[in-house]
Each structure stands twice: as structure tokens, then as C-alpha cells.
Design a binder for this molecule. Structure first.
Ligand SMILES: C[S@@+](CC[C@H](N)C(=O)[O-])C[C@H]1O[C@@H](n2cnc3c(N)ncnc32)[C@H](O)[C@@H]1O
Length: 352
């Protein structure tokens, strides 16, 4: 089954797939792939939104925009444009309209960076057992807002690996107790809340899309009392913007945490080098007496993606120790697409 570029874009597919599909679309419509007209189509495709469909009346462009509900983030568009122009250069073609990239980014930013509508959200609630039974719990339900129909993976659901890592922390709270944690790719925040609940000194939950960060801030705000009932100061949990790779490049982004936690962040080949560079940067910022640890829960979906992840870890001298998940508590019964047996939990450290 082949998809059109529009379908791929709609599904926020890996960027190279979108570009390949776009080029295929162009070939099948018998036009010069690299013509200014193609670039115009590309721009229209990116800039199109339900509210602001491009005026296609004077062109032969046939794009149905009505069913595009979830548009790419600003960063996705920027990466797409960068990759597209690199492909042009590799083919020895000139980008005929020098302003195209900046124009597309401009349109994309003004029309696409909308946050999801809270009316499309729903709340998951979890009864999380508390070790200190003497505590009076007025607010016993942890509440997590999700957008089940949204294409931004950071807001769509609690991912299987996130639920498993949260359960692992409940079983082995010593992994984070008394330590400061940074979470990357935090999504809707479940794992970070549990890290705080089992005794982390602080938890800095990070992610990178506007929708995810806004939703994380909301989820913290609705759980202040839940945290308070467990004797957790609301300052314990904080939110930050951290895009993988950028953390690796800029020292100023380093967070002085003892433990890095991450769930279901190994899922696209493209992100793996930046992801591993981020983990490497984190691990190498410790001293030998105070070695840092990363704790990952990874859903094993695709053998080659995981193999690439392992190769990149090896290149950076990062060792993985896989953990037994026997007798894990079952606390977060979301509906699962992926069996829990596909989730692997490991600690990562730098080899000597
Ligand atoms: C599959 S979700 C997992 C979310 C959460 N950890 C869970 O298990 O429910 C992957 C998360 O990684 C984030 N992510 C993906 N690429 C990223 C990048 N380049 N920089 C930072 N975060 C990224 C996404 O926004 C999303 O929140």
C-alpha cells in the first residue's frame, strides 16, 4: 500500500518518508520534481490548514485539506524544510526561490503552532497505592490529561513503556529516592509524577513540542493537591523544554540531575543519534565518585531501530544492564496496543 505525501504528513511520518512520497507524487504527475511549481506545492502542503486552505484556484494542485486535523509542529516543519533543501543540494539543484524556506516556516509557524482544543481531551485517573498508610488522602486519584485523537505522541496517551517504568519505580523506589531526576520525552507526565511520589528529591520533566509542554504544565497544576497529600512539595516537580541533541550541544542546557529517566523514546531511527548524544552528555557530566545513571524503558517494536540504538550506545561507550521485570505491580491499566512483555527496562552507565 502506498501513501501520498499528504497522508504521510497528516500522520507525521518520518521526514524522509514524507519527502520521498512528495517526490513520488510529483513523478506520477509527470512534472519536474525540482521545479518551482513543485516547491510551491510543497509549500502549500506544509502551510495548508483547515482554517487557512491555500488558494488553489489558479493551479493544477489537487490537495484535499479538509481532513488534516493535526498539523505538524513548527520544529517538524523546520526539519522537513532543512532536509528537503539538503536533498536539493545533493541532487545539484538550486532552490529556485530563495525565500521559499523562510516563507514556509513563517506560514507554518503562524498557522500550525495551535495547541489542541481542551474539548478534545480526557482525563485518566489512577489510584496509586501510598506506602505511608498513616497519611490522610483527600485527593487519592492521580489525574492525567490526554488527547487520545491527537497525532502528537507526547499528548496522545500514556505509552506502555511509561506505565511500566512508573510501576518499576514503585517496585524499586531506591532508583530515584533522595535523588534529583531529569526525565526526557516525558509526554503526559505519569512516570515523572510517580518518581516524585516514590521519593525523588526533584523531578524535572522535559519534552519539546508546544502541545506536550502545555499539557505537562496543566497536568502538574491539577495534581498539586495529590502531591501535597503525599507530603511532596509542589516545587519538587518542574517542567522544561529539552529537545534531544540540543541538550547534547549546549552546556548551558545541562541539568544537574543524578538520574535520567526516559520511557518509550526509542521509536524513530532519525532521533536515535540525538537521543544517544543527550544520554551520553548527561552521563559524562558526572564525576567518577558520583557516577550518573540513566534508566530507560523501551518498547521493542522494530528490530533494526533497536539494533541502531544499541550500536549508537556502544559507540558512546554506554553500557546497558537489563532488569528483570518479574513480580512487577500492575497499577496503570491503560488500554495497551503493545504487550508489556515488549517493554525492556535497563540502566545505562558509562563504561570505565
Ligand atoms: C512515545 S512518547 C513517550 C511519552 C512518555 N514518556 C510515555 O511513556 O508515556 C515519546 C516522547 O518523546 C518526545 N520526543 C520525541 N522526539 C523528541 C526530541 N527530539 N526531543 C525531545 N523530546 C522528543 C515526544 O514529544 C514524546 O513525548
Amino acid at each position: 500500500m502506498t501513501f501520498t505525501s499528504q497522508q504521510y504528513l497528516h500522520a507525521l511520518a518520518p521526514i524522509d518518508k514524507v519527502i520521498d512520497a512528495f517526490i513520488e507524487d510529483e513523478k506520477s504527475s509527470n512534472t519536474d520534481v525540482w521545479s518551482i511549481q513543485s516547491q510551491g506545492r510543497f509549500a502549500d502542503l506544509l502551510a495548508s490548514s483547515p482554517d487557512a486552505s491555500p488558494d488553489l484556484s489558479n493551479t493544477d494542485i489537487k490537495i484535499e485539506c479538509d481532513d488534516i486535523e493535526f498539523l505538524p509542529s513548527e520544529k517538524y516543519v523546520q526539519k522537513l524544510m532543512k532536509r528537503y533543501t539538503t536533498r536539493l543540494e545533493m541532487e545539484g539543484k538550486e532552490l529556485e526561490d530563495n525565500n521559499l524556506a523562510s516563507l514556509v516556516c513563517h506560514f507554518s509557524m503562524s498557522q500550525i503552532s495551535k495547541l489542541p482544543d481542551p474539548a478534545d481531551s480526557c482525563l485518566l485517573t489512577y489510584q496509586v497505592p501510598c506506602r505511608d498508610l498513616s497519611r490522610q488522602m483527600k485527593h487519592d486519584l492521580l489525574r492525567i490529561r490526554i488527547y487520545p485523537h491527537h497525532n502528537d505522541v507526547g499528548v496522545a496517551k500514556v505509552w506502555e513503556a511509561g506505565a511500566c517504568l512508573a510501576e518499576y519505580l514503585m517496585q524499586y523506589p531506591e532508583c530515584v529516592r533522595g535523588l534529583s531526576c531529569i526525565e526526557i520525552g516525558a509526554g503526559v507526565g505519569l512516570t515523572g509524577f510517580i518518581a516524585a511520589a516514590v521519593g525523588a528529591k526533584s523531578v524535572h520533566m522535559t519534552d519539546y513540542t508546544d502541545a506536550t509542554l502545555e499539557n505537562l504544565i496543566y497536568n502538574v497544576s491539577i495534581n498539586n493537591e495529590w502531591l501535597g497529600d503525599r507530603g511532596i512539595d509542589t516545587d519538587t516537580v518542574s517542567i522544561g523544554n529539552l529537545e534531544w541533541g540540543e541538550y547534547a550541544e549546549h552546556d548551558c542546557c545541562s541539568h544537574p540531575a543524578d538520574v535520567l529517566i526516559a520511557a518509550d523514546v526509542v521509536y524513530t531511527v532519525e532521533c536515535i543519534p540525538d537521543l544517544v548524544a543527550t544520554v551520553s552528555k548527561f552521563l559524562s557530566s558526572g564525576s567518577s565518585t558520583n557516577a550518573k545513571v540513566a534508566l530507560f524503558a523501551t518498547t521493542y517494536r522494530n528490530r533494526s531501530t533497536f539494533a541502531l540504538f544499541e550500536r549508537e550506545l556502544e559507540k558512546k561507550r554506554i553500557m546497558c544492564a537489563y532488569k528483570s521485570q518479574d513480580k512487577m505491580p500492575y497499577v496503570f491499566p491503560c488500554y495497551f496496543n503493545q504487550p508489556r512483555s515488549d517493554v525492556r527496562i535497563c540502566t545505562m552507565t558509562l563504561s570505565e
